[in-house]
Design a protein around this ligand. Structure first.
Ligand SMILES: [Mg+2]
Length: 338
């Protein structure tokens, strides 16, 4: 008899830690394997090859009646493009694999590919192939995307330094609020609900921001916010061996999120810390270049909000508006513990 351990006991990241050492057969050329937004592989020429993949499962990640097929297709690609953005890269080719329930309408699949194609077109990404198979019940969508990034510009999670400014490329928390609305827990006025639901279903991959930051020479580290600010900032801190201080009054709160928080009697900062799937970039900036970079970003129609700084040590701290300091830990999404 062996002592069976369930996945929920070790969590998603415990599982990754167990399998990661098994994968390294040929270490040369592997710049980064498991544990970043993309795998980074050295190939001939001035660029690294980036590879990322994501799995979406009906009833785990989405419900078919949440949105038209086009919207689900776009999101399936967008979340992968976001990982290319987090490494500062340019996306190249996408591969789509589907496990399809036999009663699914062909029109749905047409819509799914149309949606994906629209987004692929706007970022010049080929949809090159994949695999299709039947499914006994749920629709399963896997998308893999390749990209490239100049070797001296790749953005990784383990390279933030003490003294760097913490910044985000857009507002957080809207997607999590939108998910709550989609799950039917709340009845809210449409003008509040619509932008939040859109933030959840139609995230924009921050590819222009990723390239801007990677080529600036001022960005030392990056991740895309898929699991919530507390979890993803936790990844940067842990992987880089630094601590973080975040200031409540510097975290932007969008108007729809502010209204949502008001109507549900919550503090928007709590939603921002724990809510995921924002797909904005969370980055570390060299202290002496951060202000200039922020100015240049705004000139180019991009947003860059400094929200805190990395310091020596371990852990994360939130400085409240009244100046009290509160430690906080990762409390975002873990697929097997949720
Ligand atoms: Mg990511």
């Amino acid at each position: 008899m062996y002592n069976a351990m369930k996945l929920k006991e070790i969590g998603e990241f415990g599982f990754i830690d167990r399998v990661a050492p098994l994968g390294r057969i040929r270490a040369e050329g592997v710049v980064k394997g498991i544990g970043d937004d993309c795998a980074v592989v050295a190939v001939d020429g001035p660029d690294y090859l980036l590879v990322t993949t994501d799995l979406l499962v009906e009833r785990v990640h989405f419900l078919m009646d949440w949105a038209p097929a086009e919207v689900i297709g776009r999101k399936a690609l967008a979340v992968n493009l976001s990982d290319i953005a987090a490494c500062g890269g340019i996306p190249l080719d996408a591969f789509i694999s589907l496990a399809i329930p036999e009663d699914l309408d062909v029109e749905w699949l047409d819509g799914f590919y149309q949606g994906m194609r629209g987004l692929a077109d706007s970022f010049r990404v080929n949809l090159l192939g994949g695999d299709t198979t039947g499914s006994k019940s749920d629709l399963v969508i896997n998308v893999a995307v390749t990209g490239r990034v100049p070797c001296d510009q790749v953005l990784l999670r383990h390279t933030a330094r003490e003294g760097d400014v913490i910044a985000i490329t857009g507002p957080l928390g809207e997607s999590a609020a939108g998910l709550e609305i989609l799950l039917g827990k709340l009845q809210l006025p449409p003008q509040v609900a619509a932008p939040l639901v859109a933030a959840h279903l139609e995230p924009r991959p921050h590819l222009p921001e990723g390239r801007f930051l990677a080529s600036s020479g001022a960005c030392t580290s990056a991740i895309d916010v898929s699991d919530g600010l507390s979890s993803d900032l936790g990844h940067l801190c842990q992987d880089s061996g630094v601590a973080a201080v975040v200031y409540e009054d510097r975290i932007p709160v969008s108007l729809p999120l502010a209204r949502f928080a008001e109507l549900t009697s919550r503090n928007p900062i709590e939603i921002i810390l724990s809510g995921g799937e924002d797909y904005v970039l969370l980055v570390a900036l060299k202290h002496n270049m951060a202000e200039d970079l922020q100015r240049r970003a705004h000139q180019q129609g991009m947003r860059l909000h400094p929200i805190g700084e990395f310091i020596a040590g371990r852990g994360m701290e939130l400085v409240r508006r009244n100046n009290t300091r509160e430690p906080f830990g990762p409390r975002g999404w873990d697929h097997f513990r949720a």
